[in-house]
Design a binder for this molecule. Sequence first.
Ligand code: PLP
Length: 439
Amino acid sequence: MTRIVHRTLNKRYPVAVGGEGVWIVDADGRRYIDASGGAAVSCLGHGHPDINAAMHAQIDKLAYAHTSFFTTEVAEELAETLAADAPDGIGHVYFVSGGSEAVEAALKMARQYFVEIGQPQRKHFIARRQSYHGNTLGALAVGGNAWRRRQFAPLLIDVEHVSPPYAYRDMQMGESPADYGQRLVAELSDTIARLGGENVIAFVAETVGGATSGALVPPVGYLKGVRELCDRHGILLILDEVMCGMGRTGTLHACEQEGVAPDLMTVAKGLGGGYQPIGAVLASGRIVDAFARGTGFFQHGHTYLGHAVACAAALAVQQVIRRDRLLDRVRVQGRALTERLVARFGQHPHVGDIRGRGLFQAIELVSDRASKQVFDPALKLHAKIKQAAMDLGLMCYPMGGTIDGRLGDHVLLAPPFIVSDDELDMIVERLGEAVDASI
Ligand code: PLP
């Protein structure tokens, strides 16, 4: 054991010493192809010279200035860049250091908004089961990963959870995707009615489900229905795009493909591409105006908000995505990844579902395809696959099923946007080997 409290104790981690493109190299010289961008973070891969140069330039100028004293040119420019491409009406930017912080800030912004406008009775959040919004207490409370929540449950604020869109298991025979989406909206409507619409602050959801669900794409019309329902009751819509956003699904924001704009949106991971820890909340004008007219500030804050080097890294990442037309590339390589996954796993006896959008895709594993029976969680299949993949020089993102036994072990893939066809071949081939070696 080293002095670091690693994610898993009693395990020896390889020491990462270098990285270039889609590859990470360890201290023994072994090379790993990064098919998951870590956890959907490294959208430009590793060692990108333009991002490194931008960080160096900012360090030479100024690394850090506390945001209670100063703003910086680089933070302002990044905010302008994000605002220019934000979904309708959410052009105000609050910087944080990561995804959980972004979610915490969004929850508090939503609550403060209603206090500012004289509706302090609103105190409920509604979110979805089988979702992940981060590990801090507020984010964990809205999250619907039963395993992560279990031991901390007594510390969490009360949140109502409704069904996630999960067509593979929940869409009924003969039901169209649109009807299934409306059934989910009706469930949310019932929950709002039970709590009283005037008492609800916000509905919180990942636009495309990620870390606790494996690239769950919403059925057509679902998010539009959710948006209308929220509007009818004056409830805010918070979309968490920490994982699925910033280009990962082929548009800068995943909600663009749903034709929906939230009131608050959280982004992180792909914002800085892993070059620096940074996240942000994109907020609607009416929320920020309410703060400006009321107390005059958002009652929140962390020491490292808007860190200048983090902003420089994120600005450079966003500029490269635009300059190199990488969103087009995500769409093309996303289709190429789907084709390869279908060819390798389409008839696989233990792959029940292949799903996702852009370079954000997953396979769900089942012990039996016909009955969709999940593997016994005690087998820890996901952990075996992760290790087998690492032994083969592949980084992928396998996760266990939920403890209620509804979601099977699954493997998420989120390679850098620069991934080539040959690298996609290698990823799918190694993943196939790792899966077969583990079952
Ligand atoms: N929200 C979503 C949708 C995520 O996938 C994650 C992390 O995986 C988070 C929030 C938390 O982000 P972080 O790990 O940066 O705190």
